[in-house]
Ligand binder design. Structure first.
Ligand code: FES
Ligand SMILES: [Fe+2]
Length: 426
């Protein structure tokens, strides 16, 4: 295995980290195979038996609502390894393998084997592999490590971003719909992860978007050439989590939706009823987070994004609107439209980012050498709580990402979770 410490410096990283298949394999083991990975939201599976098909890195899983909570099961039959569930989502009491008909329940137990007289294996030993599950504000995370740290420890300061997204709902929960848009990037997954909190590229890569939206009060402070005038900030939150905070650019409630504070009076009344006037006004002013949660979740303001690595140079970018539970339908319609304009199939942002990531991927093939990540290193400030804050265009998030990356990748491999071990799902 490559010596990673030789490829990550405080001032930059080596391009081989993006294009070496051995590095990718190690990331699937250390980051996606042992760490906490985002797999879905409880609003996607509200009823018993509801499931969605996801992955932990390249490992296919089923996220299913069982009688006693949410389970995340390896989507691989323990007979001869067939993909157990093919549908993207649905509702089932049990999963029947299409190859020889073995049936598993929503807890992963093998409950039926066709032609049982010849079945000699011990059923208990043929349980589906089951991840540890923890849920925060409806966001479901899973880990295949034998003894993962608590999710709260992994999330750290990023919990505030999940709070910020959820608190925009009068009932304190986001609502994920049934529709996802997926873009296949011919690029390494880290190119997407690092880009989510990269404020430096916005004025260049998204210049056409900036000139098209021209919305007063939304992004206006950061779409300009005056470096001293930027009010948005960038942060490395610890544990690889990063963010661009546009909150300082919003000077009135609902500026993040590019509307006036009186546009949705029913929503304002519901929020004031839930949180009180002062707190509701501040929640509606600060707006949604723009926060990347290591390694694969991006709270992209009014959208939610998941990053799915397929291979060293192939990544799927999933996105869906981040709707607000119990908010008036007109407000959610506005969020949906805004998501379409930002990330939808005929919008600018994803296409811009995909082209840049794919060019970066192609340019780094061969002998890529060292990449510079020094921007802002002298002016960033570390707060007492460990969060590092800097100018919107600084590479503070990149440095935070790679610090954590090295910590995780240098952990010795640990025993993976055995089949059938109990979940700590609430
Ligand atoms: S591989 Fe699933 S039943 Fe044979
Ligand atoms: Fe971008």
């Amino acid at each position: 295995m490559t010596d990673l410490r030789a490829l990550v410096r405080p001032t930059g990283v080596h391009g081989a980290l993006y294009n070496d298949p051995a590095v990718f394999d190690a990331e699937m083991q250390h980051i996606f195979g042992q760490g906490w990975v985002y797999v879905g939201h409880t609003s996607e599976i509200p009823e018993r038996g509801d499931y969605v098909r996801r992955t932990l890195g390249t490992e296919p899983v089923i996220v299913v609502r069982a009688a006693d909570g949410v389970n995340v099961l390896a989507n691989r039959c323990t007979h001869r390894g067939n993909l157990l569930c093919q549908a993207e989502r649905g509702r089932r009491r049990a999963f029947a393998c299409p190859y020889h008909g073995w049936v598993f329940d929503a807890g992963g137990a093998l409950v039926d084997v066709p032609f049982p007289a010849g079945a000699e294996a011990d059923r208990a030993g043929l349980h589906l592999r089951r991840a540890t599950v923890e849920i925060y504000r409806g966001f479901i995370f899973a880990s295949f490590a034998a003894r993962p740290c608590r999710l709260a420890e992994h999330l750290g300061h990023a919990r505030q971003a999940l709070d910020r997204a959820s608190d925009l709902s009068p009932s304190g929960e986001v609502q994920i719909g049934r529709t996802w848009i997926k873009h296949l990037f011919q690029a390494n997954w880290k190119m997407l992860s690092e880009n989510e909190a990269d404020g430096y590229h916005v004025n260049f890569v998204h210049d056409s978007f900036a000139r098209s939206v021209k919305v007063q009060g939304k992004y206006s402070d950061v779409l300009q050439g005056d470096e001293a005038g930027f009010t948005a900030v960038t942060r490395a939150l610890g544990n690889g989590h990063t963010e661009l905070d546009y909150g300082p650019t919003y000077r009135r409630p609902l500026a993040w939706l590019a509307v006036g504070p009186d546009r949705y009076p029913d929503y304002t009344a519901a929020m004031e009823g839930a949180y009180g006037v002062v707190r509701a006004t501040e929640i509606m002013r600060a707006g949604p987070p723009h926060t990347f949660i290591f390694p694969n979740l991006f709270l992209a303001e009014t959208c939610l994004v998941m990053i799915q690595p397929l291979a060293v140079g192939q990544t799927v970018n999933w996105h869906t609107p981040l709707l607000l539970r119990d908010a008036p339908v007109e407000l959610n319609r506005r969020i949906l439209r805004q998501g379409e304009v930002a990330l939808g199939p005929s919008a600018f942002l994803t296409a811009d980012d995909a082209v840049i990531a794919e060019r970066q991927w192609r340019a780094l093939l061969g002998s890529p050498g060292w990449l510079d990540l020094t921007r802002g290193a002298q002016r960033e400030q570390q707060r007492e709580d460990g969060v590092v804050v800097s100018h919107y265009t600084d590479e503070t998030p990149n440095r935070g990402f790679w610090r954590h990356y090295l910590d995780v990748m240098e952990q010795p491999p640990v025993a993976v979770r055995s089949a059938g071990a109990p979940s700590c799902s609430p």
